[in-house]
Structures are given as structure tokens and as C-alpha cells.
Design a protein around this ligand. Structure first.
Ligand SMILES: *Cc1c(COP(=O)(O)O)cnc(C)c1O
Ligand SMILES: [Zn+2]
Length: 397
């Protein structure tokens, strides 16, 4: 298996055993704990000048900090998305600067492409023929795209309320599209049945594969480099399973360890009131979430009532001195419209939870006024233009 020089293998989160990446890919063989890619950071020779000399063309420009070399990658040049200066938002939030990290410009329109690229690369290098995952929608679309490129069959399980674009595009990419009645938990159940029936399926479920949140790291490398290594005070990220937030935290500690940045950004999980298990755990100062019994939100990507990796998400928040914030669906939709009108950028409803969360933080007096804030636009407004438009209809527009 082709791996990068500093990549050591997969370390068990629970017992610390290190598994060779060729021998294992999901769960620790000793204790069934989650596996995490681990590196020999002393062996990584990466400085600011070296990176500045590379073209800003794909997340794989950071391959030294990923398990696989660029030559082996299944990639459509995802990542390398713009960090857009938004002085209009800075004025409204009462801070020094606001940037939107515009992940909508990824190949399938969301930040999911980063993890999908790395995880499908792993599956292909492991000799998989089939990949499978449960998804709220965007993850299924992204995996179908990369699996198609690699010549693998993708089996996606989406709840019936997923967006039409996601369902349509899984099919367009040649994936096996399973629409499951009910919500995300039912999709997970159907996925688990499918996986049990096919021992040759390679799971790409969030966190079950160590490589999706690993791919999410590159988002922070880019932000740090785009800000010329000045770390933003706050990064607001719309949070469902937590792959994004966990990836951001790992990336920030890596760059600190490599001496490329001096401190960590405060990471904020943005959720919605109808499904906010992480926010509730932070507010109650717990180490783990309690499942939400009746999740209900228009932000489908955030309707994850039982995020199994919550201890890791909560660690990411505490290690970076961040926080968690939930706002209501109507406020999230209003934030998407406000951002579109003030900045020209298009956010999907789920993505706009980060903008709505930033507004709420400002209203609560969290900011002093000299901060630099990054709002991550995880997904394209185009994918759910109908939802955004009907919000305006509700206002008679
Ligand atoms: C998946 C997704 C999220 C949530 O990301 P997690 O890594 O699951 O927390 C947020 N916004 C959009 C648009 C997504 O597709
Ligand atoms: Zn273990």
C-alpha cells in the first residue's frame, strides 16, 4: 500500500494499539475502539516557504500530513477553496474581520468532498470493490462521485427527507441509491443490514472509517495559510456527526506542533435547536451527549440525534477553548438570506447554521470587537434553493 513517509499507521483511540494501515481499516482488532491516523511529526519537513511555492490547487498539496501521496489519490482537485473577506458581516457582527471559507466551491458543492477523497483513496488502496455509507445526503453524493471515479460501487443509504439533489446525483454518479423511510437513524439501520449481508463492502460511515475526518483536516491548513499563518480567533462550523470539527482540531494541533502557528482557534459547533446534542452536552458540562429523542429541523445535514463520536467533538471544543451554539430554523434561514444579500455568497440551510450561530454569539456579547471570525460555508445554497426560496414565501416575498 502506498503511504506517505511520516504516516505510521492507525492508532486505537481506546487502547493505544497501532495497526498497520494495510492490515486494518476499521476498528481496533484488540478492543474494537476507533482508529486514528497517526504520524511521526519529527519526520515531517514542511515550512511556510515550501507551501508558498506550491500552487493552491487541491487539498493534496498537504499530502505530507495525509496518509497517502498525491499520486495515489482519488481526487477531483477538491479543497483549495477561497476565504472570502466579508466586511459587511464584520460590521454587522461588530468584530474586526469576518471571512467566509467557501466550501460550496468543492466539486460536489460541499466540504464532504475532502473526506470522501481521502476515504475512497483508502478503500481503493485496500482493494475494495464496494463502499457503503449512511448519509443525510451530501456525504452520499460525495462518496458516489469519488467511488465512480475510482471504479468502485457505492451503496448510499439516505433518509427519505434528504434533498432531491443528493438523491438524484448519487444516481447520476452511478451509485446504488437506497432511500430509507424515516430519519437518519432508520437509514443507519438499513445500512447496517446491508453491511451485515455483504462482507465485501467497505464502510465509509463517518468515524467508522478513520479517513473522512482525516480529510477534513485540510480545511484548517488552508485557512491558516490563507490568513498568512495568523490564527483566527473563532471558527464557526455547522456540526452534525462532528467529522468537520474533529478534523479542524487535529489540524490545528498538528500545525502548532510543526511550529507553523502559534496558537489554536476557538472552535464553535453550530447546531440547530431542533437537534443540538453537542450544545446540550457543552451547556451541561458533560463528556458525552445524550441522544435527542425527537429531532426535527429543516437543516437535514444537522439532524444527527445520536452522534457517536461526541466525546471527541467535545474534546475538540474544550481543547481549543471554543463553544457550542444552537439557533432556531427560521433564524438559520434568515441568516442564509442575509449572507446572500450582504455578501453574494450562497449558503445551504445547514451551512447557514454557522452564520446564524455567529450572529447569536455577537448578540450574547461574546466578542470584544477586535476578533477575526471565520464562518465555514459547508454547502452550496444551490442544492436547496427551494428551501431558501420558501422561507421568503413565508414572508410574502
Ligand atoms: C455534513 C454537513 C455538515 C455537518 O458536518 P459533520 O462533519 O457531520 O459535523 C454541515 N453542513 C453541511 C452542508 C454538511 O453537508
Ligand atoms: Zn484498541
Amino acid at each position: 500500500m502506498e503511504t506517505t513517509d511520516a504516516f505510521v499507521g492507525l492508532e486505537c483511540d481506546d487502547c493505544g494499539a497501532v495497526v498497520d494501515a494495510e492490515a486494518g481499516s476499521h476498528r481496533c482488532p484488540d478492543c474494537a475502539g476507533w482508529l486514528e491516523p497517526t504520524y511521526d511529526y519529527d519526520a515531517i519537513d514542511l515550512d511556510r516557504e515550501t507551501l508558498a511555492d506550491r500552487s493552491f490547487d487541491s487539498q493534496w498539496r498537504y499530502a505530507e500530513l495525509l496518509p497517502f501521496p498525491r499520486e495515489a489519490a482519488v481526487t477531483t482537485n477538491e479543497g483549495a477553496t477561497p476565504l472570502v473577506d466579508c466586511p459587511q458581516l464584520a460590521a454587522e457582527l461588530g468584530v474586526d474581520r469576518v471571512f467566509v471559507k467557501d466550501e460550496s466551491r468543492n466539486p460536489t458543492g460541499t466540504s464532504k468532498d475532502r473526506g470522501a477523497s481521502v476515504a475512497v483513496t483508502a478503500a481503493a488502496l485496500c482493494g475494495a470493490t464496494d463502499v457503503a455509507l449512511p448519509s443525510t445526503g451530501n456525504g452520499g453524493q460525495a462518496v458516489a462521485a469519488y467511488a465512480g471515479r475510482a471504479g468502485l460501487d457505492a451503496h448510499a443509504y439516505l433518509p427519505s427527507r434528504s434533498g432531491f439533489t443528493n438523491k438524484a446525483m448519487v444516481n447520476v454518479h452511478g451509485g446504488d441509491m437506497n432511500v430509507v423511510g424515516g430519519r437518519f437513524d432508520e437509514a443507519v439501520g438499513a445500512f447496517e443490514e446491508g453491511l451485515a449481508e455483504h462482507d465485501d463492502w467497505y464502510s465509509l460511515r463517518a468515524f467508522e472509517t478513520p479517513y473522512r475526518h482525516e480529510g477534513a483536516k485540510t480545511l484548517f491548513y488552508e485557512i491558516a495559510e490563507q490568513l498568512e499563518w495568523a490564527v483566527p480567533d473563532v471558527i464557526a462550523y455547522p456540526t452534525g456527526t462532528g467529522t468537520g470539527l474533529v478534523g479542524l482540531a487535529k489540524a490545528a494541533t498538528e500545525l502548532e506542533e510543526l511550529g507553523l502557528i502559534a496558537d489554536l482557534p476557538a472552535l464553535y459547533a453550530a447546531q440547530v435547536s431542533g437537534c443540538a446534542p453537542i450544545v446540550e452536552a457543552v451547556d451541561d458540562d458533560r463528556d458525552e451527549h445524550e441522544p435527542v429523542e425527537h429531532p426535527d429541523t429543516i437543516c437535514g445535514e444537522l439532524e444527527i440525534p445520536d452522534p457517536a463520536a461526541s466525546p471527541r467533538v467535545l474534546d475538540a471544543i474544550r481543547e481549543t477553548d471554543g463553544g457550542a451554539i444552537a439557533t432556531d430554523d427560521p433564524d438559520v434561514l434568515e441568516a442564509a438570506v442575509r449572507v446572500a444579500q450582504a455578501t453574494g455568497l450562497e449558503m445551504s440551510p445547514s451551512a447557514a447554521a454557522s452564520a446564524s450561530g455567529a450572529w447569536e454569539l455577537a448578540e450574547r456579547g461574546t466578542f470584544d470587537g477586535d476578533e477575526t471570525i471565520v464562518i465555514v460555508n459547508t454547502g452550496s445554497g444551490n442544492k436547496e434553493a427551494d428551501v431558501l426560496r420558501s422561507h421568503l414565501m413565508g414572508q410574502g416575498i
